[in-house]
Design a protein around this ligand. Structure first.
Ligand code: FE
Ligand code: FE
Ligand code: ZN
Length: 375
């Protein structure tokens, strides 16, 4: 069975809160930050509701989960205090991860800031050597994330990941987290040459290192080096390409984690599309959402079909338009918001649906007509 879930909140009652949220989306795995990703303040380990969380996970058949290290730590920094803070904090995070019983902690390798990539790679390896040496008693691996290449971040090519791994002594404790948005933004062609990209990764890093896959669509064209995630189907990768990744034979068994943005016309009404994305990618939309949901999706196909609106052309056309600053100022609405407005104005769906429910149906419309044929 596909292991798929999303990033969930670890606030309030820790693992119990996280497991509850993950279960509400129909997840079979999930990912947490053990505290706010932007800072290093952490609650004491005995207030994380580990037992309660594990109980819920077991009942729901959730086994493997993933931790993500805060993204403010930078092992690539030449500044001694920043570097030492990163090393020390990562060691604590690894002990926390071990205590929760999690095998992989995802890490953004780091950024070289005012130096260069070669310096960054060497510095990150130096940091990892220190981090690993100080956490030998744990069972935790560090999963280096493939990065989009924004700013000076390292990990934007498979060669950079391999170069880090090469320089680390205990590198059997280094794994990789592939991020689909990041790889696409870094220039890898996941749409037309997925097999080629995986073969290249296997040659340079080794596919056996892949321990986690982050599943995100991208707001930017391939090679943009931006790192802006989009809900599945509403970006440049598209539902089909993402579905092929999630179901690829060579990635079988890994936890697939969605980090897609929440959607809503206002901050207050924003909701994640995780539940729909999980069902669509694992092929159990009918079981999860029922017959009326699919009837609504069929209505959307009729409604948009009549206006000759094709999901892929509409989504890419909108992102293309938003690249132009003037056009963006005139109408800043992203693809899903525009589609939502069209649906509401055209009364394409039965009344009484919430904004979230409408957006879930639009997400399913992205999956194409075969969704209706396959159930
Ligand atoms: Fe990440
Ligand atoms: Fe990611
Ligand atoms: Zn990202």
């Amino acid at each position: 069975m596909l292991k798929i879930g999303s990033h969930v909140s670890f606030s309030d009652k820790g693992l119990q809160t996280a497991a509850k949220e993950a279960i509400s989306y129909g997840s079979s795995t999930f990912m947490i930050y053990t505290g706010a990703p932007q800072n290093t303040r952490r609650k004491p380990i005995d207030s994380l509701y580990i037992e309660e969380g594990k109980q819920l996970m077991e009942e729901a058949g959730i086994g493997e989960i993933v931790v993500h290290a805060p993204y403010i730590v930078n092992l690539g920094s030449y500044k001694p205090d920043t570097f030492e803070l990163a090393v020390g904090f990562l060691q604590e995070e690894i002990r926390r991860t071990d205590y929760i019983g999690v095998r992989n902690i995802v890490l953004h390798p780091g950024a070289y800031t005012d130096k260069d990539a070669e310096y960054g790679i060497a510095r990150i390896a130096e940091g990892l050597n220190e981090v690993l040496a100080g956490t030998k008693e744990t069972n935790v691996n560090i999963a280096l994330e493939t990065m989009a290449g924004k700013g000076t971040e390292i990990g934007r090519s498979f060669e950079e990941i391999a170069a880090i791994i090469d320089k680390v002594q205990d590198n059997h404790r280094l794994t990789v987290c592939m991020d689909t948005c990041h790889m696409h933004d870094a220039g890898y062609d996941l749409i037309n040459d997925l097999d080629g990209v995986l073969a290249e990764f296997d040659r340079i890093v080794g596919l056996d290192r892949v321990a986690v896959v982050h599943v995100n669509d991208s707001k930017n064209p391939r090679g943009a080096g931006k790192d802006r995630h989009a809900p599945i189907g509403s970006g440049w990768l598209g539902h089909e390409a993402v579905s092929r990744i999630v179901n690829h034979e060579l990635l079988k068994g890994r936890p697939f984690i969605l980090e897609t943005p929440w959607i809503g016309k206002e901050d207050k009404t924003e909701r994640p599309m995780y539940e729909a994305e999980i069902a669509l990618l694992s092929g159990n939309t009918l079981q999860r959402f029922g017959e009326p949901f699919l009837e609504d999706v069929e209505r959307l196909h009729h409604f948009f079909g009549k206006q000759e609106i094709d999901p892929v052309i509409f989504v890419l056309g909108t992102w293309e338009q938003l690249k132009d600053a003037k056009a963006k100022k005139a109408d800043p609405r992203e693809p899903m918001e525009r589609l939502f407005d069209l649906v509401m104005a055209g009364e394409a769906l039965p009344s009484g649906l919430t904004e979230e429910q409408v957006n879930q149906r639009i997400t399913a419309w992205f999956a194409g007509k075969q969704l209706l044929a396959n159930v």
